[in-house]
Design a protein around this ligand. Sequence first.
Ligand code: PCD
Ligand SMILES: [Cu+]
Length: 801
Amino acid sequence: MSTSAESIEREEKLQGVGCSRKRKEDPRFIQGKGNYVDDIKMPGMLCAEIVRSPYAHARIISIDKTEALALPGVHAVLTADDLKPLDLHWMPTLAGDVQAVLADEKVVFQMQEVAVVIANDRYIAADAVQLVKVEYEPLPALVDPHKSMDSDAPVIREDLIGKMDGAHSKRLHDNHIFTWDVGDKESTDQAFEDAEVTVKENMFYHRVHPCPLETCGCLASFDKIEGKLTAYVTSQAPHVVRTVVSMLSGIPESKVRIISPDIGGGFGNKVPIYPGYVTAMVASIVLGRPVKWVESRIENLTTTGFARDWHMEGELAADNEGRIKALRVNVLADHGAFDACADPSKFPAGMFHICTGSYDIPNAYARVDGVYTNKAPGGVAYRCSFRVTEAVYVVERMVDVLAQKLGMDKAEIRLKNFVKPEQFPYPTALGANLDSGDYHTALNKVLDAVDYKELRKEQEEKRANGELMGIGIVTFTEIVGAGPSKSCDILGVGMFDSAEIRVHPTGSALARMGTITQGQAHQTTYAQIIATELGIPSEEIQIEEGDTDTAPYGLGTYGSRTTPVGAAATAVAARKIKAKAAKIAAHLLEVSDDDLEWDVDRFKVKGVPGQEKTMKDIAWAAYNNLPEGMEPGLEAVDYYDPPEYTYPFGAYLCVVDIDKYTGVTKVRRFYALDDCGTRINPMVIEGQIHGGLTEGYAVAMGQELSFDPEGNIEGNSLMDYFLPTAVETPHWETDYTVTPSPHHPLGAKGVAESPHVGSIPTFTAAVVDAFAHLDVTHMNMPHSAYRVWQKCHELGLDKAK
Ligand code: PCD
Ligand SMILES: [Cu+]
């Protein structure tokens, strides 16, 4: 291959892999030309609003629609009784449970969907909601998951009474959902018995919500003549929605069209299928007119897709030198009133088995018990590949707790226990198979960059002075790219993904994928991959996603799976085209394909200067001058089933200064080093990392959905729920190393979740480290000023001068 200045120049023009190509979608967005579900209008369109329960737990005595129906402009009021004849009053969840579309005799969480009003516009519908008279008989609410399995606990799911075979395991109580465990319990227990040192800590990973700027919504239109249902849905997985809608409604899948238009942020919130979507679709079928439902902010925060809410007990066993011998974790998972977690079907606790982290831990055992409470359902992967956030949190916290007990440095204990570069691929004690990594290089790079020794010295001086300064260190490993079909499916559909590329006669291309961007810049970055593979300039490649009538079947975008799965499909589809292109070039140049070499955007005859055919020449020939017997056209499709997950990793360090009189925590420095293997677009990666760190800061420092003893949700509007703006957001410093994935066609791993997963425990680590000299080993999030002040007060620090 030639590396002449001329070919380097041609390569740069392609704007391929590795180029910080500007985001192609931005000119549209910044000019207000985005097209979201709520922007779409159809002739004759009606609007739906939902009547919701004021109680967390109550029996429905009666529903009186008379007054609502009498309001001019109201077309219908639907309740569970109206959906019953269609068998649509309950729906399956992604977690193998069922969920009431509209409450069936009983409400089980505050703001649960009770009835839906359909009217000419949203204002009339909202007025009519007030006129629907529902009589309730309140029942005792179960809010504390630790009490879910008490013998006198109120039973939440009467529909499941006596059904002790759950979707994932035996159920131990009417409020128990599943037990999931992994690892060797016996050897782990033994290692704990034999250990020189053990540590244990309880931590609560509080309930939060992804809170995308655009709330969830659906515009459904049923064409009675064609028998076709078209729905614009805020979905991160449009094909999955199509399959479920077809299964639920009996409409052939070929007559269901789901379109995810522009999406204003997903963050996991837009993976599940919500009652609102179903009611809009049903209403359109019943009324024969398009029906739109769009949530308000409070509805979004209260009823759709929460995340976390795990009570975790972590334990480590080690020797006196700090070599970790075993990890044991016990989790009580609060899933709310329906198990609507969005995980691959066989993983009720997501990818929690990554909780051995970046460490070489010989023995491990983890157990998770899911229980029902009177809270909204969800359990979505808020910027995390299914409970990876929880996994990283527990192990990183425990390593710090161990270091404190042994009086060891928190960086040193990590360097001592890392999986070493020569150990990859590394099978963990809990069954993950880490494909690649170089943890020592990453952490050392960070320690050098911030002058760690100097920071610790400064901390000592501050402590002597009675000031609080904390240094948090986290070295995390993610598991992304769900996933190999052999282990990962959603309702039976394997979690492959797809790409279809068509090269037109004049050499430009159109490509469609089964994934769907929500702001990640897929239109920019997918084109870069094809540009490098096929030598077609990025500018001449159009990327389309999100319309099930045109895109090949895919499982969607969440869990940072686009790069590990969708980008791999794209590379492989492009390579199929290139293989055909080589044959056409050989034919045009009258040589055998062996005599050809690829040079950026053309095939050249080896050793014969000037004898060459560009991709443009080849594309034209594909439609008129082909080798004997070859079919015309230049296109390919690939369904890529990854052989393995990818394991991005990183090393983060945070420095905080805490005011002991007010508890105000100032993030002085945050240094984030990420390794996602081959980097497709460094600028997009940088943006993704800034976004993920900011969301991590939000979760660690302020976001929280809490409940009072009656099950009333607290803090469910943006008056209380913390969304950091540029004012609160700290300054981020980023860095990287490159350890390519050995099995991915491009060597790339996902990246978008890493900063979220990695930063949250880093903030906690930094806050706790500020108090470490006072024997504090853990503090629960969120680290709001009030809560941090409480700790200062408890320790009498706010009294000291
Ligand atoms: N190596 C590499 C990697 C990556 N990349 C880039 O970056 C991005 C991203 O990617 P990923 O990582 O693969 O991911 P995806 O799949 O695409 O996505 C997903 C994610 O993404 C993130 N980010 C974001 N951004 C925005 N803007 N928006 C949104 O919504 C969002 N979301 C979030 C979330 S949450 Mo889940 O759902 O929770 O699970 S998951 C998630 C894209 O564009 C790509 O291309 C590159 O370049 N390179
Ligand atoms: Cu998660």
